[in-house]
Design a protein around this ligand. Structure first.
Ligand SMILES: Cc1ncc(C[n+]2csc(CCOP(=O)(O)OP(=O)(O)O)c2C)c(N)n1
Length: 376
């Protein structure tokens, strides 16, 4: 078996000191090391962990994700449509429950057979992690060279690979909502384009704008194509998790996350993670048009959901119902002056700008431009 401490220290010496994941008993010793000795963000699902890690990469970290192989299925969307096109590398450790020939629970049987095949299909480089420390260190060096080359690398971890590493006392994350404002007057229903124009007009040299997948990113690109912007494609529902990873690792930047109702509904667990880690430098704006507008205007179920209450109950410091653009402007300006994790909810009109184009830059070029902006 590998000394978890020695292996974790080796990871640290290579710069891997930011982790996110969902536990698996096969990985518990490495997770304990991460919790004890590094930054560890406990995600609600493995896709969220991958997106948080991607955000941390934008913030200058070399991130690690930890997951059971059953959770690799949850992570497929961001791995193939976020990490791959944007070239946002993560180092992954995925356990091998259901290893062929080793008795395990029935729910792991198929996944045990297809774990490596899934990584192959996703074009992710991988290896079985050796249980010999010196060999494992050599494997890590190889993995690191892929990461340095902007490619993800995953280790498949078999049972009894890591030696025992205890879990030190963990601090409970307690963050309470301090301000919740529900609807009081009629909605103005501005268009998404007008709303984005206003949000964009309030940015400054420290603001990073992350726009959700579909027409939000495309419209923001047409409002103004600047290095501050990240137009998310694919990985629907992951935008605020990227924001969390970036906000936690780059305190000096202000993160404006622009979300859609369909996207937030898809990965609503992210609200709980965001509310618990509660980065003050993150503003989460939900543009609710009650539709999947980008795919033709099919209704979502957002009309039945009290997002302001949910964000408040998840620990967002402020959660505010915005009725019109004037209130939106005031709330954004207030957030800039008195930073707190804030959720702003606004109902917008259905539909989008006519003749809407797409960003001319490739996703990885958008990422590289944003990284230069962030690192400057
Ligand atoms: C995992 C996944 N499922 C489905 C899609 C297809 N898709 C792209 S945008 C979109 C609608 C997003 O709706 P919403 O977040 O409400 O934003 P809107 O389009 O209304 O601006 C869908 C379903 C996708 N990109 N990814």
């Amino acid at each position: 078996m590998i000394s978890t401490k020695a292996f974790g220290d080796e990871l640290k010496s290579l710069g891997f000191d930011f982790y996110s994941g969902v536990p698996c008993s096969f990985l518990k010793n490495l997770i304990n090391f991460a919790i004890n000795e590094c930054d560890y963000v406990a995600a609600t699902n493995e896709g969220e962990a991958v997106a948080i890690a991607a955000g941390a990469y934008l913030g200058g970290k070399k991130p690690v994700v930890l997951m059971q192989n059953s959770g690799l299925t949850n992570a497929v969307s961001p791995l193939v449509s976020l990490n791959y096109p944007f070239r946002l590398p993560v180092l992954g450790f995925v356990s091998l429950r259901g290893e062929i020939g080793i008795p395990d629970e029935p729910q792991h049987e198929l996944m045990g057979c297809i774990t490596n095949g899934m990584l192959e299909l996703m074009e992710i480089k991988w290896d079985y992690l050796s249980a010999d420390l010196e060999t494992a260190k050599e494997q890590l060096d190889r993995a690191n060279s892929y990461i340095e080359n902007n490619q993800s690398f995953f280790f498949i971890v078999k049972k009894n690979t890591f030696e025992k590493e205890g879990l030190k006392e963990q601090n409970l994350l307690i963050n309470e909502n301090r301000l919740k404002i529900n609807q009081t007057i009629e909605n103005e229903f501005p268009t998404r384009y007008e709303t984005l124009q206003l949000i964009n007009s309030l940015k400054d040299g420290k603001t990073v704008q992350l726009a959700t997948t579909g027409k939000t990113g495309r419209e923001l690109n047409e409002v103004e194509d600047v290095p501050n912007n990240f137009y998310m494609v694919g990985s629907m529902g992951c935008v605020s998790s990227i924001g969390l990873g970036l906000a936690l690792t780059k305190n000096e930047h202000d993160l404006v996350v622009i979300e859609g109702d369909g996207a937030l509904l898809m990965r609503m667990g992210s609200l709980a993670t965001n509310g618990s880690y509660a980065p003050k430098n993150m503003l989460h704006i939900l543009l609710d048009n009650n539709t999947h507008d980008s795919t033709g205007g099919q209704l979502t179920v957002s009309n039945n959901v009290q997002f302001v209450d949910i964000a408040a109950a998840c620990g967002y410091s402020k959660s505010i119902y915005i009725h019109n653009l004037s209130e939106l402007e005031t709330s954004i300006k207030t957030w800039k002056k008195e930073k707190q994790l804030t959720f702003l909810y606004i109902k917008i009109a259905k539909g989008s700008k006519v003749d809407l184009g797409r960003p001319k830059m490739k996703p990885h070029e958008v990422k590289e431009r944003l990284k230069v902006f962030i690192d400057d």
